[in-house]
Design a protein around this ligand. Structure first.
Ligand SMILES: Nc1nc2c(ncn2[C@@H]2O[C@H](COP(=O)(O)OP(=O)(O)OP(=O)(O)O)[C@@H](O)[C@H]2O)c(=O)[nH]1
Ligand SMILES: [Mg+2]
Length: 391
């Protein structure tokens, strides 16, 4: 599957940059293309310069906002983010259209952090705009949810997140939810952590996008997972996960490869990888709430058989009994069995509900605070009513 990827704001731009890196890896390691165009859009010039892999010209790193933001971001004011992205929407589409093989893409993927200003405010506006212009291609979003510490230190965090989620839910064909807090690993400094987190966020897309683009027979499985399967799976709230299970390195030549013990090891490795994928989902949710699901098994051709694929399907069916499940196998990796899982059309996401509920309280409080300020101002005006003014 081929995606045009567009990142908004700092978080979205860096996620898009990570997709550009993934594409470079696909091209050099596998000779295939998975992102015919990757772009970053921001109101902040410095953030755009900090990207590494996205082409450095103004058509791939699009600065928006002009005089309104002076190249310095919107300071978490999501209304301003929405406004400037809306005003520059045509400029952004013109930039995307310059991508050489833009028309080969099966879908668009737009990324942003929900708690900021530019990306949070802009992603839904631009999703709408692209849908209006290119009605035949699905438009997906990746929305990154804030770290817990951001929610407690800055009250706008929860409000921006809720507004962003509500807005994208009414326009995007599907929304991949990614919870930053899930990726916090203790041994990294924050900056390294963010780079590591971004690579963990994007990694599950690698095999998923590559599988359907393979041209060589030896890498085409019994059931190839193509863009059609993925498009049929992606609807509404969505999470993605990825798990790996190493195969024993030493293989003695006299060991019979087709005995029952071997087969059960293969199945065991597959289940182990799927378990990891499910426990490392991009956001905690209940698989039982999924209306659609998809899994991809990737392993050396010799290690793969349809029994394993079927066992994995049975396993997922137990956890997600309501879901229509699609699958594929991808004869690829050496030395590992890996499984990618997508759960989509989630009927309930606790964390989204929590953001909505908390920001409703925040809105009430802000309204009350504004009224208090008005009353106080009236008092000060009253006290100074007999003082002359020079204006
Ligand atoms: N995973 C991940 N999260 C990020 C990254 N950069 C920022 N964030 C998160 O995104 C949110 C802030 O959004 P930003 O992308 O910085 O904001 P912006 O869209 O640039 O908007 P303004 O700076 O207000 O103009 C916070 O919750 C951050 O934790 C990143 O590279 N990766
Ligand atoms: Mg910014």
């Amino acid at each position: 599957m081929k995606l045009v990827v567009i990142g908004f704001g700092q978080c979205g731009g860096r996620i898009a940059d990570e997709f550009a890196r993934l594409n470079r890896r696909a091209r050099t390691q596998r000779g295939i293309e998975i992102t015919p165009g990757v772009f970053a859009v921001n109101t902040d010039a410095a953030d755009l310069s900090g990207l590494q892999t996205i082409k450095a010209d103004y058509q791939h790193r699009v600065l928006v906002g002009g005089r309104k933001t002076g190249g310095h971001g919107v300071g978490k004011i999501n209304e301003l983010g929405a406004e400037v992205i809306g005003e520059d929407a045509d400029k952004i589409v013109d930039a995307i259209r310059t991508a050489r093989r833009f028309y080969e893409a099966d879908a668009f993927l737009l990324a942003a952090g929900a708690a900021g200003g530019t990306g949070s405010g802009g992603i839904a506006v631009m999703t709408q705009h692209i849908k209006d212009r290119y009605g035949d291609k699905p438009v997906y979003n990746i929305v990154v949810l804030p770290f817990e510490h951001e929610e407690t230190t800055e009250e706008r965090t929860v409000y921006n997140t809720a507004v962003c989620l509500k807005s994208v839910s009414s326009v995007a064909d599907a929304i991949f939810l990614v919870d930053n807090q899930r990726y916090v690993r203790k041994d990294f400094s924050l900056k390294n952590n963010i780079a590591k987190i971004n690579s963990l966020i994007v990694e599950p897309f690698y095999n998923m996008l590559c599988a359907g683009e393979e041209k060589k027979a030896k890498h085409i499985g019994a059931k190839m997972l193509d863009a059609g399967d993925i498009i049929q799976t992606l609807v509404g709230w969505t999470v993605i996960g990825y798990g790996q299970s190493a195969l024993p390195v030493l293989r003695l030549p006299f060991v019979q490869t087709r005995n029952f013990r071997k087969k059960s090891t293969e199945t065991h490795k597959g289940i182990q990888a799927m378990d990891e994928a499910l426990s490392e989902l991009s956001l905690r949710c209940s698989p039982a709430d999924a209306g659609r699901a998809l899994y991809l098994l990737s392993a050396p051709a010799k290690e793969m058989n349809m029994d394993v694929v079927k066992e994995l399907g049975d396993y997922l069916r137990d956890l997600a009994p309501e879901a229509i499940i699609r699958n594929g196998d991808y004869p690829r990796e050496r030395g590992v069995v890996d499984v990618t899982v997508i759960l989509s059309e989630l009927s309930d996401v606790e964390k989204v509900r929590k953001y909505y509920a908390e920001s409703a309280g925040f809105i009430r409080e802000v309204t009350k605070r504004q009224e208090d300020v008005k009353t106080k101002l009236k008092g000060i005006d009253e006290a100074g009513k007999d003082i002359p003014s020079l204006l």
